[in-house]
Write a protein that binds this ligand. Structure first.
Ligand SMILES: Cc1ncc(COP(=O)(O)O)c(C=O)c1O
Length: 414
């Protein structure tokens, strides 16, 4: 394990410290700053008092990240049995974990029930029936939340998943009939509902309108069932400003526009309401470091070929659901004050599509310079096709406030 230490009290990782440590870092490497994750969590908890915060493990499942969030008080939402196990391995209580996902294998359902997870989020009647059968086999009653797919979500609410046919959840229009059947299954206790209608929104009004819509739906469906919910999980959709010209979400404004609606749902402190989110908590606390391997100029362009491309960071290359490819925030850490130039950043893969940035305004970079791709603490290492073309696996480094350590998971291929 590489260790680099700074003689100081715990503090967020600044550029000067990172630059001083860069020479010892194998690239490409993600660097996650646990101090930033903690401060973001605390800001969120302060803005939304009395609500639970549920972290979507898929955003960044690194054990150190999970441990930090758990220590802050987060609960976890898992989307596979592998994520359930990761959450348990870092010490999460089984009853605090929820398990979403439209395609759960029978063995995953069985293991989750056997391990006593808190809430199985059932996305179809079939999944509910499988969960009920598993609970009966294990002699337990499994608490479940029904995932509802709303007919509509507001304009500006990030990647929208509503109103069209998707694999996710029980369609709002079918919900009364399906929920009645789920409520009657003998192995289940229907505790409430789960909503996740979109992600990466930077618009407080759209976020508020979505929450209003989900709150309304929860009320209508609970009234239909004649059963007040014990728990609601609301996908928050809080986004981060990946692209030039975007501004960070104003948390105070979002809270001012949404808290009233949410608290109206629980006049006597029930149901428990959890905000579910991933990227807002971890993306700004991470960066990908990649070194320049080669500089090529010709045909009117300057191309920097780096050691990390879409094999290390699919999302930054615009390949994770982006409609239009736009540059992420990328800086030259080694030579930040060099003359500015417009460059194309390519990755190391033998394919034309391996591009990190086009027409990027960057301080002039040479062979060996380390570039930083910001906002990379979510949907990075584990969301990228590491095996393609067998390059060295991307490293994962943890900054704990005083030390930077290489904590690449031991199962990763080198
Ligand atoms: C069910 C569910 N919850 C939460 C999230 C986290 O979304 P985000 O990272 O945008 O907050 C996702 C992301 O796909 C999801 O599918």
């Amino acid at each position: 394990m590489n260790r680099a230490t700074r003689n100081a009290r715990a503090a967020a990782l600044d550029d000067a410290t990172l630059i001083s440590l860069c020479h010892g870092i194998e690239t490409p490497a993600y660097v996650y700053d646990l101090t930033q994750i903690k401060s973001r969590y605390l800001a969120l908890a302060a803005a939304f008092p009395t609500l639970g915060i549920r972290y979507a493990v898929k955003a960044n499942p690194h054990p150190a990240v999970l441990r930090q969030l758990l220590a802050c008080g987060a609960q976890f939402d898992a989307s596979s049995i592998g994520e359930v196990r990761r959450a348990l391995e870092v010490g999460a209580a089984p009853h605090s974990i929820s398990f979403t996902g439209p395609g759960k294998r029978a063995a995953e359902i069985d293991e989750a029930v056997m391990r006593g997870i808190g809430h199985m989020v059932v996305e179809s009647l079939h999944q509910a029936q499988q969960t009920s059968a598993a609970a009966l086999r294990h002699g337990s009653v499994q608490p479940v939340l029904a995932r509802i797919s709303p007919v509509a979500s507001p304009k500006g609410f990030g990647a929208r998943m509503t109103g069209v046919a998707t694999q996710f959840g029980i369609d709002e229009e079918d919900a009364p009939a399906v929920l009645s059947e789920i409520a009657a299954l003998p192995g289940l206790a229907l505790h409430g509902m789960h909503f996740y209608a979109g992600s990466n929104s930077l618009d407080p009004d759209a976020i508020a309108a979505n929450m209003q819509n989900c709150a309304q739906l929860a009320q209508t469906l609970s009234a239909f069932l004649g059963q007040p919910p014990q728990r609601l999980i609301l996908g928050s959709g809080f986004g981060v400003p990946y692209h030039e010209g975007q501004a960070a979400l104003d948390l105070a404004q979002v809270a001012a526009k949404t808290l009233g609606t949410l608290l109206q749902l629980r006049p006597r402190g029930q149901p428990a309401i959890d905000l579910e989110l991933g990227r807002w908590l971890t993306a700004p606390a991470g960066q990908l470091l990649t070194r320049v391997l080669t500089r090529k100029s010709g045909r009117g362009a300057t191309i920097l070929i780096c050691d990390g491309g879409f094999n290390a960071h699919l999302a930054a290359c615009g390949m994770m659901g982006s409609v239009v490819r736009r540059n992420w925030p990328i800086r030259n850490l080694s030579t930040p004050d060099g003359p500015r130039e417009k460059v194309t950043l390519a990755g190391p893969l033998c394919t034309l599509i391996d591009l990190l940035a086009r027409d990027l305004d960057l301080a002039r970079a040479n062979f060996g310079d380390v570039l930083s791709v910001g906002l990379s603490g979510a949907y990075g290492a584990t969301a990228s096709p590491a095996g393609f073309i067998s390059h060295p696996v991307v490293r994962e480094m943890i900054w704990d406030g005083t030390r930077l350590t290489d904590q690449t998971p031991s199962g990763a291929m080198v």
